[in-house]
Design a protein. Structure first.
Ligand code: NDP
Ligand code: KPL
Length: 298
């Protein structure tokens, strides 16, 4: 059985596309799921609809793979309960955006096969029980702990049964950084300016901060040994994604609009903390983090 911890947009997307009968959601330890199954309507990328009823996991011993699709800030806590209960050989794939939560999990359970995924698939939940596969992309999966290396090929084959494009990636950290750069350069601006992704591009606040932001990120990447991109290359990457997703509401803006905690601590906040460790000043990342936190309810 493939378990999914975090029955939100992304978790329900994978659950809908994996072979039915082989997937189950892991319930919150403190909540009674109420029914034996979780039912929702799934709208495919081609616009077709189907109604699904997926079971809640009966026994942790049944697990062959665990996908973790909680938000970054919930992940350590969500796994705490389950890791004492599931067999130590079960591969665990972390799907969180940003950085920091993945390392925290790998450091907490270094003997477990822990992998991280970076995905450009897009899913949202316009209503509690309706999940939309809004954008198709690619997913890279790679090992975070030594025990995960021998599991990588098998995990990729299992995820590829969805029909989504899934790659094995030996060096997952640089992949996670690529997405982090894009999220750090788009998400806080859309949240602060309360606008869709494309609208940041002509805004004075974005235009006056994007170059110093990219300088900070390029300095951190060089110090961390994550390639050697120039600030100009980073800006180009950020602006290309903002243009290609111009009408999108970013996940961070969506979180603010829905009164939810954002993932800022794992995006620009992560860069601030890294800067502190490396003695590299990050005033723009700090400013963006502070401004987003002022908007967030938590
Ligand atoms: N959606 C997308 O297209 C993409 C998302 N991501 C990343 O994937 C992660 C998940 O995103 P998304 O699915 O959009 O987020 P959602 O908020 O939709 O889903 C997270 C789910 O985790 C559940 N959860 C929180 N704590 C626990 C817990 N302790 N035990 C069990 N379940 C728990 C939440 O429950 P409740 O609803 O009750 O709070 C919620 O259903 C994020 O890090 C995001 O950045 C990455 C790429 C694309
Ligand atoms: C790429 C981007 C900015 C698309 O909206 C995203 O990943 C997000 O919203 O978190």
């Amino acid at each position: 059985m493939i378990g999914i911890l975090g029955a939100g947009s992304l978790g329900r997307l994978w659950a809908a596309l994996l072979p039915q009968g082989q997937v189950a959601f892991l319930p919150r330890p403190d909540a009674d799921p109420g029914a034996a199954t979780l039912s929702y309507t799934f709208e495919s990328i081609r616009g077709s609809h189907r109604t699904l009823a997926l079971p809640w996991l009966q026994s942790p011993d049944d697990l062959s793979l665990l996908l973790v699709t909680t938000k970054a800030g919930d992940t350590l806590n969500a796994l705490q309960h389950w890791l004492a209960r599931i067999p130590a050989s079960v591969p665990i794939v972390l799907f969180q955006n940003g950085l920091g939560s993945q390392q925290a999990v790998a450091n907490a359970w270094p003997e477990h096969p822990i992998l991280a995924a970076s995905t450009t698939e897009g899913a949202n939940r316009p209503e509690p029980n309706r999940v939309v596969h809004a954008g198709t992309g690619e997913t890279w999966v790679g090992p975070l702990t030594p025990a995960a290396r021998p599991k990588l090929a098998g995990v990729v084959s299992q995820l590829a049964t969805t029909g989504l494009v899934v790659h094995a990636e030996d060096q997952i950290l640089p992949r996670l950084w690529q997405k982090l750069v894009v999220n750090a350069g788009i998400n806080p601006f859309t949240a602060i300016l309360d606008c869709p992704n494309g609208d940041i591009l002509a805004n004075d606040f974005f235009l006056s901060h994007i170059n110093p932001l990219c300088n900070e990120i390029a300095g951190l990447m060089a110090a961390e040994g994550i390639g050697n991109p120039t600030p100009e290359e980073l800006r180009q990457r950020i602006e290309t994604v903002a243009r290609n997703t111009a009408r999108n509401t970013s996940s961070m803006r969506g979180d603010i609009l829905n009164g939810r905690r954002t993932e800022i601590d794992f995006i620009n906040g992560y860069l601030v903390q890294l800067g502190e460790r490396l003695d590299i000043p990050t005033p723009v990342n700090q400013l963006l983090t502070d401004r987003v936190k002022q908007l967030s309810p938590h």
